[in-house]
Design a protein around this ligand. Sequence first.
Ligand code: MAN
Ligand code: CA
Length: 168
Amino acid sequence: MAVSVSAGDSETIEVETNLSEDSANYFNMKINRAKKTEAVQKSEWRTFNTSLYYISNDYKTWEDSRQDCLKRGADLAVINSEEEQVFISQLNTKPRIGLIDKDSEGTWKWVDGTPLTTAFWSTEEPNDRAVDGEDCVSLYYHTQPVLKNWNDLACNTAFMWICEIVNG
Ligand code: MAN
Ligand code: CA
């Protein structure tokens, strides 16, 4: 059976072996896993549970950061659990996430369309305080307890952001 071996960044070659089909599949699986691990280690992507996360080095408005995530085959991060909130908080970059109330003030929605159920607002947030309102959420208060670090901020202010590929 053939085993595909990567020969550099873009080239893959098939090598004919005397392995049985099961052994060849096992071998291919191992090689693919090693390639994925290498890709993750080389870039800004991090893994947590079954998701991949991209942490920006840059500052953008909410709309532009969402576009950046979509271009990467991802979307702004959606936080579904306390564990995920803790993981993203310890990255220490005060990232903007995929949570907005642009459509209807006070009704928070994730970019995947789901309503907000478990929230990690900081004390006195959300307060919609800026002149033109604050409809986009960042993990802004990184000096606060990790389960209380969200703040709503103006969407047009440039911040760092975090993208997520679910089951990446
Ligand atoms: C303070 C608080 C926040 C608000 C920002 C805006 O930190 O009032 O709620 O979002 O200012 O810069
Ligand atoms: Ca606020």
